[in-house]
Design a protein. Structure first.
Ligand SMILES: Cc1ncc(COP(=O)(O)O)c(C=O)c1O
Length: 389
């Protein structure tokens, strides 16, 4: 039934026998920098590549501070902690996301609350967020003893727990309605942390994703736009936030020439120099990688445009990274047939994740109406999107 699509994808990827969803592309100085790293003996978290990689990312996304982590999940965990999320609190996120988004919330001791996504952007729906907050929360003035001032906080009417953060996610690198979500955060006094793990190289106009809220997080896992093997980055314009994130991720070690002073419970979450060395080489090629991915996305869009399959491309104000190209079928049975036929032909297409709110550990969590999430869970497919050489 899908022979035309199979031929098209095979041709796009030069008739390779197996076409993976997203392979890393090593195009430049990776091996040289790894050798330098080994020769220098600085292979762990101290080393010049870490500092250099942080600078490159900060410059590329247009932010004042970037802090490198072992992966995106640990960066999300620390971003939440620094934003003030604690045990027995609640954090709002979307049900349609990778499991790491909810896991990072759980690591802080807080519980996720799931809202719906938008059919057009695939990211958090600002309308669903606003409705849930309006119907389920109340505000209260709290005296902050540390800062000696009153602060307005937002609480859940039924659980009486504080809502301490909102984490929207930019699905597959497509920008969600982040400007509106940040406005809602201000209105309800809740900080926004952007899960932009999939969005390196994605912009709205000329503003990079991940820098609209209090902080954002990127991932450099092997399947992402660029990779460091494993790795993540916290990006923020807030110097204090960055400093706290760096301290907590470096086992809360206080600088001293020889003593081991750790002044609170910290985490061993800093990116090793050896991973950063790969990251520097990858960032040197980011423009080439993004251009190649955009061309692939255009090919898919031209192929699927005016067919019964919807191909996501973003609107004219968006400049997504086209991390994973995405199509939507009219119903689940067509989607299953497409997945079966393409995979039988060596094309590793994939469905989107199962809803987080349905996973065993999150089934008991509060949620809004998840109408769009349920539709998309059954009808979306990711197409091979890696670098085409
Ligand atoms: C939406 C989302 N959040 C978080 C992560 C976690 O990143 P990492 O795998 O680097 O821990 C990923 C990707 O892996 C992701 O896709």
């Amino acid at each position: 039934m899908f022979n035309k699509e199979i031929d098209f994808i095979k041709k796009l990827y030069h008739n390779k026998s197996i076409i993976n969803l997203h392979e890393p592309a090593f195009l430049g100085n990776e091996k040289e920098y790894l050798n330098n790293c080994i020769d220098s003996t600085f292979v762990s978290y101290l080393g010049e590549y870490v500092t250099y990689f942080e600078k490159m990312i900060a410059e590329f996304v247009g932010v004042d501070h970037a802090v490198a982590f072992v992966n995106g999940t640990s960066a999300l965990h620390i971003a939440l902690k620094v934003a003030g999320v604690g045990a027995s609190e609640e954090v709002i996120t979307q049900s349609l996301s990778f499991v790491a988004t909810a896991n990072a919330i759980k690591y802080t001791g807080a519980d996720p609350v799931f809202v719906d996504v938008d059919l057009a952007s695939l990211g958090m729906s600002s309308e669903s967020l606003r409705n849930w907050l309006a119907q389920n929360t109340y505000k209260e003035e709290i005296n902050n003893l540390e800062e000696n001032k009153n602060q307005t906080r937002c609480f859940n009417k039924s659980t009486k727990k504080r809502i301490s953060a909102i984490i929207p996610m930019h699905t597959f690198g497509f920008p969600c309605d982040i400007e509106e979500i940040v406005k809602i955060g201000v209105e309800f006094n809740i900080p926004v942390i952007e899960d932009s793990a999939e969005a390196l190289g994605s912009f709205i106009g000329d503003k990079h994703l991940g820098i609209y809220g209090k902080a954002g997080v990127l991932s450099f896992n092997g399947n992402k736009t660029i990779t460091t093997g494993g790795g993540g980055m916290l990006i923020t314009n807030d110097a204090y936030f960055a400093e706290r994130a760096k301290h907590l991720s470096t086992t809360a070690k206080v600088a001293h020439p020889w003593e081991f002073v750790h002044n609170e419970v910290g985490y061993n979450y800093r990116m090793p120099n050896i991973n950063a060395a790969i990251g520097v080489a990858q960032m040197e090629k980011i423009s080439e990688i993004l251009k190649n991915k955009k061309e692939t996305a255009e090919s898919y869009y031209n192929h699927f445009n005016n067919t019964e399959v919807e191909c996501y491309f973003g609107n004219s104000n968006m400049n997504p990274n086209y991390w994973l190209n995405t199509i939507k079928f009219e119903n689940e049975s067509l989607r299953t047939r497409f997945l079966t036929e393409t995979n039988a032909n060596g094309i590793k297409t994939r469905p989107i994740w199962n809803l987080l709110s349905e996973l065993p550990m999150y089934q008991g969590c509060q949620r809004g109406e998840l109408i769009n999430s349920n539709i998309l869970e059954k009808t979306l497919v990711n197409l091979p999107s890696g670098f085409r050489s």
